[in-house]
Write a protein that binds this ligand. Structure first.
Ligand code: CMP
Length: 137
């Protein structure tokens, strides 16, 4: 069945001018852009979004990074899009993500404590519904 997922172009992707490239890859894969907005999230919104990571060593640096500039939030639709977007995004660590993926082609480590990996994609239907309501209301 057709699904929806939340994609974020994170502050590093926006700051580096990679939003268009990332949108182009989503569209080239055949997924539909349903809604899109530029968001400067406050801490409360990020605490909700990243609730499952509270207390982990990377949590504070992650929130600081996500508050360092605007992100682009995108509602994306398509057949198996949750799995499909995570596939084109590549694995979490941008240094070793496979070439051909967004993170593998465009990402790398910059020596900072937060992992700056350009994009976020929901990992399951329940998290997609939860995250879409956090970013789009
Ligand atoms: P994201 O898909 O947004 O989900 C959790 C985020 O935490 C992840 O991408 C990274 O940006 C960030 N992160 C930082 N360090 C780690 C880590 N060691 N493991 C997983 N995620 C991390």
């Amino acid at each position: 069945a057709t699904e929806e997922t939340l994609v974020l172009v994170k502050p590093d992707g926006v700051a580096r001018g990679l939003t268009g490239e990332i949108l182009a890859r989503i569209e080239a894969k055949g997924y539909s852009l349903v809604d899109l907005r530029l968001v400067e999230p406050d801490r409360q919104r990020l605490e909700r979004h990243y609730a499952e990571h509270a207390g982990k060593p990377f949590y504070e640096p992650l929130l600081e990074f996500m508050m360092s500039g605007p992100s682009v939030a995108i509602r994306v639709a398509g057949e198996r899009v949750i799995e499909g977007f995570r596939s084109i995004a590549g694995t979490t660590d941008p240094t070793t993500a496979a070439p051909g993926t967004i993170r593998g082609d465009l990402g790398r480590d910059w020596g900072c404590r937060s992992q700056q990996n350009l994009v976020h994609g929901s990992d399951a239907p329940e998290s997609a519904a939860r995250e879409l309501s956090i970013w789009f209301g």
